[in-house]
Design a protein around this ligand. Structure first.
Ligand code: NAD
Length: 344
């Protein structure tokens, strides 16, 4: 029902913000958004609903957040791109407290449906050794050897969702997101992911006339990236399906990191000299989403092309960058006063 109370945990974050925007577009009026960040740091904030700042690792905060809710979307996690998760394994694992307490609070509050945002980082590393990937099927998570720290937490949390469903009867739904990107997300500061980081670097090179880019790894690593609109649509479809086991939610359009740089260069209209930082965190060599199961069960899979999604994303990041630091290129290559330290 459109006036059922819906809790979005992590509503100040990238995916949470877009989910709330979508729920509102579809006529839902009773949305409680909870995030640990001060509201002025939320990527999107909406009037008319509840916007609450609280730490959801705390059980009492979860009890208050879930009170009266019919559906809970758990999108709250301390996370970021490879640069963050490889260097903050313990912090990533502490997000287990959010899922644990939210699940308990949801059962206590009689919540009907509970969505958990898992990740392709749960997949066994041995299946991701080559750039020449075989796309990952849901069963490839076991035997378990996920991404250290972040991936183990996700796999454990998936398992909790299963057992809370079996033992306490709450309808849990779990999607394994593969690299989500789009506007209104992190694009600088150390938690950003490859699409946003590359967009920012190319924009910085364009704005400062320093036509050079530093790429993490040799650039031959392969990935797929899902545009946020597909992600939000998939969340809704999975949440309201009868799919009880974790399922892939990702694009299967494979690209190398070098190919992604080519694309952003084309969008901006620039060609950069590249250097490859082989010591930087780069994650697995190859990863793609096998969408056989989602196609079979939902008759749908993410389909927005990388090019279309990146055009929107680059446009938004360029606007943010310009508002903060930039100006149009001066065409004066000696003007390095605007080469910014954050943009390395
Ligand atoms: P995000 O960092 O933009 O959003 C997460 C939000 O959770 C942040 O706003 C953060 O402040 C909040 N949060 C963290 N700890 C909290 C706490 N203790 N209490 C309350 N709020 C807390 O990240 P996102 O990209 O929107 O990711 C949402 C979910 O999707 C996460 O669980 C993430 O692991 C998962 N995921 C994302 C991607 C991706 O590519 N973005 C890929 C796989 C999985």
């Amino acid at each position: 029902m459109n006036n059922d109370l819906i809790l979005v945990a992590g509503g100040g974050g990238f995916i949470g913000g877009h989910l709330i925007a979508d729920l509102r577009r579809r006529g839902f009026t009773n949305i409680r958004s909870v995030d640990i960040k001060p509201t002025d740091q939320w990527y999107q904030r909406f009037d008319g609903g509840e916007n609450i700042v609280a730490d959801l690792t705390d059980k009492q905060c979860c009890d208050r957040a879930c009170d009266g809710a019919r559906e809970v979307y758990n999108l709250a996690a301390d996370m970021g791109g490879m640069g963050f998760i490889e260097n903050n394994k313990a912090l990533c694992m502490l997000s287990v407290l959010v899922n644990t307490h939210l699940l308990q609070a949801s059962v206590d509050a009689g919540v009907d449906r509970y969505f958990y945002a898992s990740s392709a980082c749960v997949y066994n590393a041995d299946k991701q050794m080559s750039e020449d990937v075989v796309a990952l099927k849901e069963e490839d998570a076991y035997p378990a050897m996920p991404e250290d720290g972040y991936g183990w937490e996700k796999l454990f949390a998936e398992r909790m969702c299963r057992h809370f469903r079996e033992d306490f009867g709450i309808n849990t739904r779990v999607a394994r997101f593969h690299n989500v990107y789009g506007p209104h997300g992190t694009w600088e500061g150390g938690r950003e992911k490859a699409p946003a980081a590359i967009a920012r670097k190319v924009i910085n090179a364009w704005s400062t006339n320093d036509h050079h880019i530093d790429i993490w790894g040799d650039g031959r690593q392969t990935r797929s990236f899902m545009y946020i609109d597909d992600c939000v649509k998939g969340i809704d479809m999975i949440m309201h399906s009868n799919i009880e086991e974790p399922i892939n939610l990702g694009s299967n359009e494979l690209v190398t990191i070098n190919g992604l740089v080519d694309m952003v260069e084309e969008i901006i209209g620039i060609k950069l000299k590249r250097s490859h930082n082989l010591d930087a965190p780069k994650g697995v060599n190859g990863r793609n989403s096998d969408n056989t199961l989602i196609q079979k069960l939902l008759g749908w899979q993410p389909s927005i092309t990388l090019r279309a999604g990146m055009e929107e994303t680059v446009d938004w990041i360029r606007g943010e960058y310009m508002a903060l630091y930039g100006s149009e290129p001066t065409n004066d290559a000696s003007d390095l006063s605007r080469v910014l330290p954050h943009a390395s």
